[in-house]
Ligand binder design. Structure first.
Ligand code: UTP
Length: 318
């Protein structure tokens, strides 16, 4: 049976985006007209995912509310004579999509959750012995043309019976030290889909020639849970998914990477600069307002003054 379950870790504190994220989860910040997490969910559905577990925390209730049943709101809008075609697309119950929620606990004496490895570990009973996707809730992979990255990863994972398949993208040489870096295990063949010889978390300069970085999307066989249990926590107490994948490779298991295509973009919303750029890109892509946004940005960059009223909004009375 093809993979239809995904786990989205959303329990992190989002400290790099403070104070924006003091009360609003970073995954709920908008990119264009949808919250970031909503783009992630649509990306997974396009790849054939039907059951999604959010690994959440006490501060992230807004995510659960956002994916709550829409039907009474839709009925209200319809009775009000409003066009609900666009909103109707988000009636996930109608589309046969199920959402589940669990919480990543902060252990007694700790001040933060114990990392992405620990978040994935809490999905074991949801996964129930089948292969599954992990997608970080603060990263969007935009694929303008199908099949998208996750769909290609699932195809590769099933074809090669891999223990783990990692979404990958090429980063600039000076950025290598900021990412989990993938070391190819073979030369030749299709560079879009390769077996890996190693994964190194934030390598020091000169450690590797590879510029292939992990891109917040994974497919795992259920043996990842035993592997995570065998991994020692880092000095900060966190359990890194990278360390568990390193262990899979060391144990001779098949770990492969599938690379983003030229036409695909990874949006990682970790800090304010990346978030601002993401919002601008999605606003520019908006089918209704994109052109107007582009004209406004050009005007502002040419020295024009700020103007908040849109084409059918004079900017409010005052
Ligand atoms: P990040 O490490 O980028 O997010 O995790 P963070 O910890 O929230 O960020 P900072 O460093 O404090 O700013 C990537 C994704 O994994 C989730 C996060 O919510 C984010 O969506 N995550 C992270 C967990 O679910 N649990 C964790 O223990 C850590």
């Amino acid at each position: 049976m093809t993979i239809d379950r995904a786990v989205i870790p959303v329990a992190g504190l989002g400290t790099r985006l403070l104070p924006t994220t003091k009360a609003v989860p970073k995954e709920m910040l908008p990119a264009g007209r949808l919250p970031i997490i909503h783009h992630v969910v649509e990306e997974l559905i396009a790849a054939g995912i039907r059951r999604i577990l959010f690994v959440s925390s006490r501060q992230k209730g807004a995510i659960e509310n956002h994916f709550d049943d829409y039907s009474s709101l839709l009925m209200h809008l319809e009775l009000d004579g409003r066009d609900v075609r666009e909103m109707g697309r988000f009636d996930y119950r109608q589309r046969g999509i199920e959402f589940f929620f669990t919480r990543q606990q902060v252990p007694l004496g700790e001040t933060k959750p114990l990392g992405t490895g620990d978040a994935v570990a809490s999905a074991e009973s949801f996964v129930g012995g089948s292969d599954f996707v992990v997608a970080y809730g603060d990263s969007i992979i935009a694929s303008p043309n199908p099949p998208g990255l996750v769909e290609r990863m699932i195809g590769s994972h099933e074809e090669h019976r891999s223990a783990c398949t990692i979404g990958a993208w090429e980063v600039r040489p000076e950025m290598v030290g900021h990412y989990g870096i993938l070391v190819p295990g073979q030369t030749g063949g299709d560079p879009a889909d390769i077996r890996l010889a190693d994964i190194i978390e934030k390598p020091a300069p000169g450690t590797t020639d590879s510029r292939l970085a992990v891109s917040a999307r994974y497919v795992f066989a259920p043996e990842i849970f035993d592997t995570i249990r065998a991994v020692a926590p880092s000095e900060t107490g966190e359990i890194y998914l990278t360390d568990a994948i390193h262990r899979l490779i060391r144990n001779g298991r098949v770990v492969r990477s599938v690379r983003l295509r030229e036409d695909e973009t990874r949006y990682d919303i970790g800090n304010h600069s990346a978030y601002f750029r993401t919002f601008i890109d999605f606003a520019l892509k908006d089918p209704e307002w994109g052109e107007e946004m582009a004209a406004y940005l050009s005007e502002r960059l040419a020295g024009g003054s700020a103007r908040t009223g849109g084409r059918d909004d004079p900017g409010g009375a005052g």
